[in-house]
Design a protein around this ligand. Structure first.
Ligand code: NAI
Ligand code: MG
Length: 535
């Protein structure tokens, strides 16, 4: 178990001293003494460096400031997707555990320690989480790389973005305000609005960016004053559980943050249906998003959804074709294509089509696949056996329906869940590879012959999704016009997959409800109350 992560004894000691120092620097409300590190087997402190000690609390659920086994005693296996071998067992939370967590979150919200924190104190807590994450960044990145399979450099990038999200949202905690509103009844009234936290929030996240998705969800909810029950993806629970350790170390009040590993059909479904949850925020498949909406009907809990995509990349012949080809390749192959905004449909003007497709295929052929911790690796495995089967199934269906494979098109090696970066041409718009989210390193490329922007936009918009798009051109006017015509929550011009904590993110059509990031995310977690005085 955890064979990659054994630390030399020396590193281990200095890390521990570092923690003590940091703890003193950052004390918020009730700084905690450094606990003896417990692991699954109740090992002594020196065993912190052993293979089993990736998680200080041995993969237990973080509920009400305690580390608990699942009530049922069930565990789930965590796999290394580069080898297919089991690397850890964590608790498999279920309905009873969700219920315990919801009760704890309710107590903390209604009259507990969380509701007594001032906005400034909430902001300081979030800032402190960012500091602790920064301190432990290398460890988080390594665990993420092992758990998800992604190359270590990309895992490091995810940790940086997660840190940034906590810092950004720390700033919002003190800036969530209402307005004063003049009424037309005359001057005998004074009306204003206040924005109040929506209450207990359930959050369900996927496996493609495990730590980053946890940050995107937790930070705005906590900034707004909500308490949270967060369910991690069953494929990738390790960094999320580890984040629970940081909340505890930071002195987060009991019950404000509860983190549960468990399966979607059990723990996830229990969150979506729980009458004690006021709002659910979900990131994942459109199919499950619809199930969440149905389950939320019971108590009409508020719902925000960040779902699938089939994002177009539109390359005009006046673009910097070298940059466009590199951007198209990065847009689909980043994170093994397991990105909701992956640029999975490439549309290129016919005069540049052959060149751009050849460039993307050339890049695809040169990408080095391997285990995420290997510094030479440029692309890791898919996250699971299930995703491997799904992605190969899509490629096979594309071939059966007449698509031409110009790069990849098959599994890489016979261990782990690797798929070669794949480029398909001769596709038509009714093929499943063109219509459905593949969520793997597979791009379909099609030429367009028209210069009519409305017709090009219609091709881009010919999808049930509307998450993102990129447009590649040197013509500013054309770029602006296309940005308006495309029906998606994000349009990138001469770039793809650019995110920022301050920038709205979310989907049109079946890509979701609501926006994350920026001030929009805080709005997801507040209710607006209008207060009127008769003077
Ligand atoms: P999924 O939508 O089943 O899983 C996402 C999260 O939802 C996980 O935490 C899972 O445990 C939970 N979940 C599953 N069933 C649930 C239910 N009935 N009630 C409540 N929560 C539930 O996605 P999955 O099966 O891992 O991947 C399938 C496809 O979904 C992918 O191939 C991809 O197309 C899409 N997907 C999209 C993501 C995005 O970021 N937009 C992320 C992950 C998957
Ligand atoms: Mg699923």
């Amino acid at each position: 178990m955890f064979a990659y992560t054994r630390l030399p004894e020396k590193d281990c000691r200095s890390r521990t001293r570092g923690r003590v120092r940091n703890l003193q620097q950052h004390s918020l409300r009730r700084p905690r003494p450094l606990k003896r590190r417990k692991t699954m087997a109740g090992l002594l402190e020196r065993d912190f460096c052993s293979e089993q000690a990736l998680l200080q609390h041995g993969g237990k659920l973080f509920i009400d400031d305690k580390w608990l086994d699942a009530t049922s005693g069930a565990t789930l296996d965590v796999y290394d997707p580069a080898t297919g071998s089991v690397i850890a067992k964590v608790a498999a939370g279920d309905t009873e555990d969700v219920d315990l967590a919801v009760r704890a979150a309710r107590r903390a919200f209604e009259n507990g320690a969380w509701s007594k924190l001032t906005p400034s104190e909430r902001g300081r807590l979030l800032w402190k989480i960012a500091d602790l994450l920064e301190r432990d960044a290398a460890e988080f990145a390594r665990i993420e790389s092992i758990d998800n399979g992604k190359p270590i450099t990309m895992a490091q990038g995810d940790v940086t973005l997660a840190i940034d999200m906590f810092r950004y949202m720390a700033g919002w905690a003190t800036k969530i305000t209402g307005t004063t509103t003049p009424l037309s009844l005359g001057f005998e009234h004074h009306s204003f609005t206040i924005r109040e936290p929506v209450g207990v929030v359930g959050q369900i996240i996927p496996w493609n960016f495990p730590l980053l998705m946890a940050a995107w969800k937790l930070a705005p909810a906590l900034a707004a004053g909500c308490t949270v029950v967060l369910k991690l993806a069953e494929q990738t629970p390790l960094t999320g559980l580890k984040l629970g350790e940081l909340f505890q170390e930071a002195g987060c009040p009991a019950g404000a943050v509860n983190i549960i590993s468990g399966f979607g059909e059990t723990a996830g479904a229990a969150i979506a249906a729980h009458p004690g949850i006021d709002k659910v925020a979900f990131t994942g498949s459109t199919e499950v998003g619809k199930m969440i909406v149905r389950a939320a009907m019971g108590n009409l809990k508020k719902v925000t959804l960040e779902l699938g995509g089939k994002s177009p990349v539109i390359v005009f012949n006046d673009a910097d074709l070298e940059a466009a080809s590199a951007g198209a390749a990065a847009g689909i192959f980043y994170n093994q294509g397991q990105v909701c905004t992956a640029g999975s449909r490439l549309y290129v003007h016919k005069s540049a089509f052959d060149r751009v497709v050849a460039d993307v295929a050339d890049t695809a052929g040169k990408i080095r696949l391997g285990q995420g911790l290997n510094p030479d690796t440029q692309m890791g495995p898919l996250v699971s056996d299930e995703q491997l089967g799904r992605v190969l199934g899509f490629i096979g269906a594309g071939q059966d329906q007449g698509a031409t494979i110009v790069a990849g098109g098959e599994r890489h090696g016979d261990a782990g869940y690797f798929v070669k970066p794949t480029v398909l041409t001769n596709t038509s718009r009714d093929m499943t590879v063109v219509r459905e989210e593949i969520f793997g390193p597979v791009i379909v490329a099609e030429p367009f012959g028209d210069d009519d922007l409305d017709k090009i936009a219609a091709i881009a918009n010919d999808t049930e999704y509307g998450l993102a798009a990129s447009v590649w051109t040197k013509d500013i006017s054309k770029a602006h016009k296309m940005a308006r015509k495309i029906k998606s929550g994000t349009v990138w011009v001469n770039c793809h997959n650019v995110y920022d904590a301050a920038l709205a993110f979310g989907g049109y059509k079946q890509s979701g409800w609501g926006r994350e990031m920026g001030e929009y995310a805080t709005q997801n977690y507040t209710e607006v109350k209008a207060v009127t005085f008769k003077l």
